[in-house]
Design a protein around this ligand. Structure first.
Ligand SMILES: C[S@@+](CC[C@H](N)C(=O)[O-])C[C@H]1O[C@@H](n2cnc3c(N)ncnc32)[C@H](O)[C@@H]1O
Length: 234
């Protein structure tokens, strides 16, 4: 483990990824500054998908006709919505009728996403559902409702019977930008969803596991993201 001083000087926690993968002591300042709130169930620190990656992903999806108006996009660990909304905005008209679903454990980030959902000229015309909950739990998640579309201060949380599994079942395109360990926890579910014909997009890191074989799926590795789908033969 790096000494705290050198950790503090690093802007990007992912540069420290091997250390982040190791459980950090709860009292450590590293946990607060870099490794995020592991003790409260967070499995990946927040970082926005860069705009150029959203644009490139949207171009890829459009070029290969992988998104249509009927699709429902789900971002597991949506943060402030940078990936979910960024891709949809870059997709343009083809995505204007898509429904957009985001789930994150960090209420503050989901509130930011809700603010965009109500304030952004393009996104506010989309069907958007935002949830607060744990992507690696089977417990129901809470839905975040902006009470007044014009006033983000009025946000309310509503209990639901929705779980991560039902969100996955309802989605047709699943987006994620998570550390490999977090991806590993979701792999069995993701593999099942790809089998069903869903598209899974992982920003930066591949879906890999020593225990699960994903070589049966088509994987396109682009600059900054990977797209998985059932092979034509499957
Ligand atoms: C790298 S960020 C990606 C944010 C967004 N998807 C994007 O690409 O712009 C990872 C996100 O996962 C969220 N996260 C971490 N652990 C989580 C958990 N157990 N359940 C739900 N969200 C979690 C973090 O709060 C953070 O917003």
């Amino acid at each position: 483990m790096e000494p705290i001083n050198s950790v503090e000087s690093v802007d990007d926690p992912y540069l420290l990824y091997p250390e982040l993968a190791i459980a950090t002591p709860p009292t450590s300042r590293i946990r607060r500054l870099v490794a995020y709130d592991w003790a409260n169930g967070f499995v990946s620190p927040f970082r926005e998908t860069p705009t150029d990656v959203c644009t490139s992903l949207a171009e890829y999806l459009r070029l290969h006709s992988l998104v249509s108006a009927r699709d429902s996009l789900l971002d597991l660990g949506c943060g402030n919505g940078a990936l979910l909304f960024g891709v949809v905005k870059a997709l343009g008209p083809v995505a204007t009728s898509c429904s957009l679903v985001g789930l994150d454990l960090d209420l503050t980030l989901v509130e930011e996403a809700a603010k965009t959902a109500t304030g952004d000229a393009i996104i506010r015309n989309q069907r958007v559902q935002l949830f607060v909950g744990d992507i690696v739990s089977r417990n129901p998640v809470s839905q975040v409702h902006p009470r007044l579309r014009s006033n983000i201060d009025g946000i309310s949380m509503v209990s639901t019977t929705t779980t991560v599994d039902t969100l996955l079942d309802d989605a047709s395109v699943i987006l994620l930008y998570l550390l490999p360990e977090a991806i590993g926890k979701l792999l069995p579910s993701l593999r099942h969803q790809i089998h069903l014909g869903k598209l899974v997009v992982s920003i930066k890191w591949p879906l890999t596991s020593p225990d699960l074989d994903l070589s049966e799926f088509l994987c396109t590795h682009q600059d900054g993201y990977l797209v998985y789908r059932r092979s034509i033969k499957a």
